[in-house]
Write a protein that binds this ligand. Structure first.
Ligand code: MTE
Length: 323
């Protein structure tokens, strides 16, 4: 006969711990929740397992209303594919980073706004979300590697964040930075990469109607592998511009050198606007593989968003707008 002896970790907490200590821990946790410290195990010395798992940023806010101005005629890509086929070099240089990315701690999460602004600010992600008009938009999502998806992002227009930042008239660019913490993100131990992941937009691009700061996906908070709690979506540009897990928005008059541009300037430029007629130096950009349907489809100038953005570039001569 098989007699099952419960292991220590199978006991309910109330049984494994003397009653007084157990009650004390509950009281401590209630106190911590009241001052917003739940989730910050390092600050208490309590084992992490004793702390309630922190809720994802703004989890009670979803689903948010869909903005029907932004829809797509292609079918939506399956949620399972969008959340398991990812690029996030902080967690590995392959597509299967979704498990490793669960190490990312997104609570607490602070967003810094600094540089050429009226007043520098640090905002807790929940406070930021509470101040922003959240909506859902269906966007085409096209990677420089010539694959694409159709994704229902939730989030808010980037121009709302720019408004909140109140940049000085001298600011020409907004630079976005991803978190930096090699204890959570093993990819950041690869010292030859120029961490933190950095991307930039001109002020005109950042305030274009299409520029969207993403906080959710499929009517739920954004999964870590997709860049929780805050990432960029600029669907007329290749996916590498869509920096994930942002902690800083820096306003400046100097054009930044982004992560990929720093690594390979001749392959990944600052503008990175989608154009089927301008090949990547090592492959064609004429078509893309829809990861959801498996079909190879023609790529379209500005990923089909020319009505929104073509004017931004009409007077720019001599710029490598499409790489
Ligand atoms: N952001 C960070 N911080 N690190 C990355 O490696 N990869 C980029 C972009 N944002 C990347 C990033 C690339 S190359 C692409 S195609 C998209 O994220 C992929 O987004 P997805 O995984 O949500 O499809």
């Amino acid at each position: 006969m098989l007699i099952k002896t419960p292991k220590g970790w199978e006991l309910p907490e109330g049984k494994a711990t003397p009653e007084t200590i157990y009650q004390d821990r509950r009281a401590i946790l209630r106190g911590m929740a009241a001052v917003g410290l739940v989730g910050s195990a390092a600050m208490t010395g309590l084992p992490r397992a004793l702390l309630a798992a922190p809720a994802a940023a703004g989890s009670s806010l979803y689903p948010v209303p869909r903005n029907d101005r932004y829809t797509v005629s292609r079918p939506l890509t399956d949620e399972k594919i969008v959340t398991t086929y990812n690029n996030f070099y902080e967690f590995g240089s392959h597509k299967e980073i979704h498990s490793a990315a669960q190490k990312l701690e997104t609570s607490p999460w602070t967003v810094t706004i600094d540089g050429m602004v009226e007043k520098e600010q640090q905002l807790d992600i929940d406070d930021l979300l509470a101040r922003m008009p959240l909506e859902e938009r269906l966007y085409r999502h096209r990677c420089v590697e010539a694959w694409s998806m159709v994704v229902p992002w939730s989030g808010f227009p980037m121009k709302e964040l720019v408004k909140l930042a109140a940049p000085l008239s001298s600011a020409k660019y907004v630079v976005m930075e991803t978190f930096e913490d090699s204890a959570m993100a093993s990819g950041q131990r690869q010292f030859w990469y120029p961490w933190p992941y950095t991307e930039g937009l001109t002020m005109e691009e950042a305030t274009n109607d299409l520029a969207f700061l993403v906080t959710g996906l499929y009517g739920k908070p954004l999964p870590k592998q997709n860049g929780a709690p805050l990432r960029l979506a600029v669907p007329w540009k290749y996916g590498f511009k869509h920096a994930k897990s942002l902690v800083r928005f820096h306003f400046t008059d100097k054009r930044p050198v982004s992560f990929w541009e720093n690594l390979a300037k001749s392959e990944y430029g600052f503008w990175a606007n989608i154009n089927p007629e301008v090949p990547h130096p090592r492959w064609s950009q004429a078509t893309e593989r829809d990861i959801g349907t498996g079909e190879r489809i023609p790529t379209v100038l500005y990923n089909g968003y020319g009505d929104y953005v073509a004017d931004l570039y009409k007077d720019m001569k001599g710029e490598a707008l499409f790489m």
